[in-house]
Design a protein around this ligand. Structure first.
Ligand code: CP
Ligand code: NVA
Length: 307
C-alpha cells in the first residue's frame, strides 16, 4: 500500500523503512520499463534557488515519463526574487500546481512552504538535507549487493547535507555507516543523534576523524565536494584540512576488495576523489546519477497517489 500519497518529503526521516523499501521496489520496476497510471493533467513545479543538473533534469524527465508536465519556477523571474513572502507564494502556487520540488539554502524555507501549501512539497536539496539523492544512492547500493541490511558504508569528507540524509537513510534501512570528517567540519550533532536513535542496534551510525577507520571493511565508499554550494569562498582554506579524506586508490585499498564507490556529483577531480577512482572499476557514479530518475519517478508517483 502507498502511504506517501499527499505527504511532504522534507527529510529522509519523513519516510519509514517500509516506505523507503516500497519506493525502491517501485523505482526498480520503473527502471525495467514498467508503466503505471498516468499523471496527465498534473503539474510539477521546480523552485530552485541553487544550480542543478541532475535533480532538475531527472525530476523533469520523471514527471514527463509519468505523463505529467513541469514548470521551472526560477525565483529570479518570479516575485519571490523581489521579496514576496514565502507564505504568500506557497498559497498561490498551491492553487496551480500538484507537487512542488524546492532547492534552496535554509531548511526552514521548505518547512514554511510545506506548512502553507496543501500539495506535497519535496526537498530537492537544502543546506541541511538531500533526501532525493539518498533514495537514488540506496537504489544503487541495492543493485550491487541486494539486501541493504548489515552492509557497511563509509562517508568521507564534509559533514554536509548529503552526509545528513545518508546518516538518516542508512539508519532506517540498517546499513552501518561511519562518517569521517575533519574536526572542523562535523555533521550536525542533532541529526547524528537522530540517526543513532533510528538505527537498529547492530547497525550503528558513527562519526570519526579517522578516514582509515571509516573505510575498514566498507563495502560502499562515498564522498561529496569539500565546499558545498554557497561555501565556494572557503574552498582554498578547506582543501588542506580535507586532504586526508580524499578517496584515492591507496585509501580504497583499505576497504573491502568488492567495495563500490559513490559520489552524488558534481565531482571535483583531484580534490575529494581522484580521476582514477572516479573512472575506475569500482565506481558506480553514473548508475547512481541515472538512479535519480527512477527513484524520483517512484517518489512522484507515490506522493501524487498514482500508485
Ligand atoms: N547530485 C545532485 O543533486 O546534482 P545536481 O546539483 O546537479 O542536481
Ligand atoms: N553538498 C553538495 C551537494 C550537491 C549535489 C552541495 O550542497 O553543493
Amino acid at each position: 500500500m502507498n502511504t506517501l500519497a499527499g505527504r511532504d518529503i522534507l527529510s529522509m526521516a519523513d519516510m519509514t523503512a517500509a516506505e523507503i523499501h516500497a519506493l525502491l521496489d517501485l523505482a526498480r520496476q520503473y527502471k525495467r520499463g514498467h508503466t503505471t497510471p498516468t499523471a496527465q493533467g498534473r503539474v510539477l513545479g521546480l523552485l530552485f534557488t541553487k544550480a542543478s543538473t541532475r535533480t532538475r533534469v531527472s525530476f523533469s524527465v520523471a514527471m514527463m515519463r509519468l505523463g505529467g508536465q513541469v514548470l521551472d519556477l526560477n525565483p529570479g523571474t518570479t516575485q519571490m526574487g523581489r521579496g514576496e513572502p514565502l507564505c504568500d507564494t506557497a498559497r498561490v502556487l498551491d492553487r496551480y500546481l500538484d507537487v512542488l520540488a524546492i532547492r534552496t539554502f535554509a531548511q526552514a524555507d521548505v518547512v514554511t512552504f510545506a506548512e502553507w501549501a496543501q500539495m506535497p512539497v519535496i526537498n530537492a536539496l537544502t543546506d541541511r538535507e538531500h533526501p532525493c539523492q539518498v533514495l537514488a544512492d540506496l537504489l544503487t547500493v541495492q543493485e550491487s549487493f541486494g539486501d541493504l541490511r548489515g552492509l557497511k558504508m563509509a562517508y568521507l569528507g564534509d559533514g554536509n547535507n548529503v552526509s545528513h540524509s545518508l546518516m538518516l537513510g542508512c539508519a532506517l534501512v540498517g546499513i552501518t555507516l561511519t562518517v569521517a570528517t575533519p574536526p572542523q567540519h562535523p555533521p550536525d550533532r542533532d541529526i547524528l543523534h537522530q540517526a543513532q536513535a533510528l538505527a537498529a542496534a547492530p547497525s550503528p551510525i558513527t562519526h570519526t576523524h579517522d578516514p582509515e577507520v571509516a573505510v575498514q571493511q566498507a563495502q560502499v565508499v562515498y564522498t561529496d565536494v569539500w565546499a558545498s554550494m554557497g561555501q565556494e569562498a572557503e574552498n582554498q582554506e578547506r582543501i588542506p584540512r580535507f586532504q586526508p579524506y580524499q578517496v584515492n586508490e591507496a585509501l580504497l585499498q583499505k576497504a573491502d576488495p568488492q567495495a563500490i564507490v559513490l559520489h552524488c556529483l558534481p565531482a571535483h577531480r583531484g580534490e575529494e576523489i581522484t580521476e582514477a577512482v572516479l573512472e575506475g572499476r569500482q565506481s558506480r557514479v553514473w548508475d547512481q546519477a541515472e538512479n535519480r530518475l527512477h527513484a524520483q519517478q517512484a517518489l512522484l508517483a507515490q506522493v501524487l497517489g498514482l500508485v
